[in-house]
Design a protein around this ligand. Structure first.
Ligand code: DX5
Ligand code: ZN
Length: 222
């Protein structure tokens, strides 16, 4: 199974964002994870199209935009124009998933759906065959540096089975509390794409941390 490491710039130094992104790229990051929060779906506020556009200018890596916002369709056109490679919307605030996913694809982006820790996979089951990415949250979204919720591991395994059953090639992403202690368990459960904010950006050497997460995901067997 492939392993993709996706540093989340939520934990980057915004005054030195270009440097931090260059560092991730040098460390072999596969994707840059961009956390958009609206202060409504989650109790925190981050940024929008202007930052996506600025990030797009300094890297050629795919930009995986995680939209923790209500009414995400309001931003699809702007984010696509700003250079998003993929947009992931939350099932909890997306009552028209079929239409919303189709629109993201129409804009030339990969379409993802995220589920909070307490949200059942049944929310996305009927549409699994249409997904380019399924994000299983392993913390309650809103903040970086939270503790990984252990009970989500079983859900990752069920998500893997659900995608396989649907013959879906969607990436199975995990986000929240991913670090050296948790990455292997998520990989073993079937995740292939690992978001890491705090673990990468508080490391003494973020480049080495990206490599370490990748190695641990694939080699640790206990
Ligand atoms: C949480 C965000 C995450 C966050 C992960 O709401 O969606 O992407 O940045 O951060 P860590 O890796 O610090 O848990
Ligand atoms: Zn995220």
């Amino acid at each position: 199974m492939p392993v993709r490491i996706a540093p989340s710039i939520l934990s980057a130094d915004f005054a030195r964002l270009a440097d931090d992104i260059a560092m991730c790229e040098a460390g072999g990051a596969d994707v840059i994870h961009v956390d958009v929060m609206d202060g409504r779906f989650v109790p925190n506020l981050t940024f929008g199209a202007k930052i996506i556009e600025a990030v797009r200018r300094v890297t050629s890596l795919p930009l995986d935009v995680h939209m923790m916002v209500v009414e995400p369709e309001r931003w699809f056109d702007d984010f696509a124009a700003a250079g998003a490679s993929g947009m992931t919307i939350h099932a909890e605030v997306a009552p028209h998933l079929d239409r919303q996913i189709a629109r993201i694809k129409e804009l030339g982006c990969r379409a993802g759906v995220a589920v909070n820790p307490a949200t059942p996979l049944a929310f996305v089951e009927e549409i699994a065959h249409e997904l380019d990415l399924l994000l299983v949250m392993t913390v309650n979204p809103g903040f970086g540096a939270q503790r990984f919720l252990e009970y989500c591991v079983g859900k990752i395994a069920r998500a893997r089975a659900m995608l396989d059953e649907a013959r879906s090639g969607a990436w199975l992403e995990v986000d929240g509390g991913i670090n050296r202690a948790t990455v292997a368990r998520c990989h073993r459960a079937g995740a292939d794409t690992f978001v890491a904010g705090n673990a990468v950006f508080t490391a003494a050497d973020p480049r080495a941390e990206i490599a370490a997460l990748r190695d641990l995901a694939t080699t640790v067997t206990v």
